[in-house]
Ligand binder design. Sequence first.
Ligand code: NDP
Ligand code: MG
Length: 328
Amino acid sequence: MQIYHDKDADLKVLDGKKVAVLGYGAQGRAQALCFHDSGLDVTVGVRKDGASWNKAKEDGLKVAEFADAVKDADVVMMLLPDEIQPDIYKQYVEPNLKKGAALEFAHGFAITYKLIVPPADVDVIMMAPKSPGDMERVVFLEGFGVPALICIHQDVTGNAKAVALALAKGLGSTRAGVYETTFDNETYTDLFGEQAVLCGGQTELIKRGFETLVEAGYPPQMAYFEVLHETKLIVDLINKGGFELMWHVVSNTAEYGGMTRRERVVTEESKKGMESILKDIEDGTFKTQWRQEWADGLVNLKKMEEDEKQLQLEVVGREIRQLFERKN
Ligand code: NDP
Ligand code: MG
């Protein structure tokens, strides 16, 4: 993979250019504030009756309604929830997008699955920080940046990559390394990661571990500490130094037990499950199902959220975390 650093990116590419950041949530707020601090001319585009409008104003940024923000922007950043993007694009972006502007994304979903089909006379790029927004901002304020991906889907100006790299630099990401890939690869691997391992896989693993201990008669509080609370300590070690550091830091007993037992939990069957998750992503099955869910007003998703809140693991966890807060 091609990796870019500070020396490969030049913020001057954006001198005198207007950057419209549409959306002021997890990504929009972090990116808009960092760009502003990096000297870019940023306008936040949000709806007037939403909570973001005042928030962006209070943060000292220029704020406009979607259409006004897009009108004279040279870079239009789609930092809205993926399920909202196609409507906002049709209504406000497409009719106002300047010829030769760059349409930018932080995730490939809308482009890969053709929910947004941009005109042929604009650049289409991605700059996807590999981090939640709030962490991006913290790391930037510490003088560094989080790693990011860039992708070029359409380059009519010949400048598309330079703009994507400049945006990455504005977020500090070229300090940590910027990797070039394609929209499709970013979309498929990002969805796979969150479904199979990070969000889906991990919660299910924790949930099953908790159930096993509690069903065997152990106190739920102990189960909580052993299967949930300590995951952070272990994941931090893996993040810092790979499996090697983690195995080095935990006890030899934990290392031997973990290495000899783990395949009883994550089995060949689990791997087949992962392959079927990837297939659903690549062939559009997941996209179709998720779009239907938007169309239905996210009713199933809201129900699943409610059910999950009632899990004993979550009830016990809320109580325990409250005790932590009081002590600190
Ligand atoms: P958020 O859910 O945080 O976006 C919230 C923003 O969208 C708010 O400004 C909100 O405005 C606005 N918004 C929500 N609904 C509507 C609506 N119906 N009409 C108009 N505005 C609306 O989004 P994320 O930052 O999580 O995601 C943005 C993009 O970044 C996505 O493509 C995502 O995949 C990608 N991404 C996200 C990451 C993350 O950290 N969450 C990580 C990497 C990529 P209001 O206050 O008016 O409601
Ligand atoms: Mg991701």
